[in-house]
Write a protein that binds this ligand. Structure first.
Ligand SMILES: C[S@@+](CC[C@H](N)C(=O)[O-])C[C@H]1O[C@@H](n2cnc3c(N)ncnc32)[C@H](O)[C@@H]1O
Length: 280
């Protein structure tokens, strides 16, 4: 009789298998196994020698097979961490990224001393930025818009899940922004050019909503529209694609924003732009 596979064996095999398609194979394997066993990831380390039952193996194999077909781990798990929150995630909206946590960081830095600031998140997706700001910026009044009814439905679930107060509106930024004055307009707009879609990883290209990825001119549209609705002295904070920071900084300068500054993400790439509206 073949000895039963232990948890450690299974993890090793899954990581090897996923290594053909994923750069984070061991992490993926652990996250999926912890999820399917209903454990914290750290708890796996105390059970390496435990044999898995056939039912446990079957369930895990099904999850690994999904990941091997490039489905993002976050969609398989159905939830993902962002700042202090754990948000529901699925194919209706983009998975919140680590660099977007830096966007929130810059918003907090700019508004830390403001009392009851009015905040608008443009293209909210899961609601990540809006919810993190409602969570971390005491007294903020946060509104979030998205053109995608699907994304808004997911954001609504996240509002309920977190118990935070965020107003959600279905609204196309190309019609201008909802009336301010806003003390902060923040956006991680779609910034992939249509012709770049083919160059994206299959995880992104085949699973995340294209309305969240592709958006020719969306960054400029937000920067222009924000000038009409920001309070004088109010801040615009934008996430931009890798390689887009210098052009976006020049755009903000041209549009008359003051104190234009760029912040790098954790890998040293310039990804976050900010500027302040001045004058009337
Ligand atoms: C890159 S995703 C960002 C999602 C979320 N804010 C985050 O950072 O994880 C861009 C979002 O903008 C939304 N969007 C795209 N075009 C839009 C438009 N014209 N008006 C409003 N929202 C739009 C998409 O539906 C998507 O949710």
């Amino acid at each position: 009789m073949t000895p039963a596979l232990t948890l450690g064996d299974v993890l090793r095999r899954a990581a090897e298998h996923l290594g053909k398609t994923s750069e984070t194979a061991r992490l993926d394997a652990e996250l999926l196994l912890a999820h399917s066993l209903g454990r914290q990831r750290i708890e796996l380390y105390t059970e390496f020698d435990r044999p898995l039952s056939d039912a446990e193996l079957d369930e895990y194999r099904a999850l690994v097979a999904r990941r091997a077909r490039s489905e993002p781990v976050a969609y398989i798990l159905g939830e993902w961490g962002f700042r202090r929150l754990t948000l529901a995630v699925d194919r209706r909206a983009l998975i919140p990224r680590p660099e977007t946590e830096i966007v929130v960081e810059r918003c907090l830095a700019r508004l830390r001393d403001a009392s009851a600031p009015r905040v608008l998140d443009v293209g909210t997706g899961t609601g990540a930025i809006a919810l993190a700001l409602a969570d971390e910026l005491h007294g903020a009044r946060v509104t979030a818009i998205d053109v995608s009814a699907d994304a808004l439905a997911l954001a609504r679930e996240n509002v309920a899940r977190t118990g935070l107060d965020v107003e959600l509106l279905e609204h196309d930024l190309r019609a201008g922004l909802p009336p301010g004055p806003w003390d902060l307009v923040v956006s991680n707009p779609p910034y992939v050019e249509p012709e770049e879609l083919a160059t994206l990883m299959p995880d992104v290209r085949e699973f995340e909503p294209h309305v969240a990825l592709i958006g020719r001119g969306a960054t400029e549209a937000v920067a222009r529209a924000a000038l009409d609705e920001l309070a004088v002295g109010g801040w615009l904070v934008l996430e931009v694609g890798d390689g887009q920071a210098a052009a976006t900084a020049a755009l903000l300068d041209d549009l008359g924003y003051a104190d234009v500054a760029t912040t790098a993400d954790l890998t040293g790439r310039d990804r976050v732009l900010e500027g302040r509206r001045v004058g009337g």
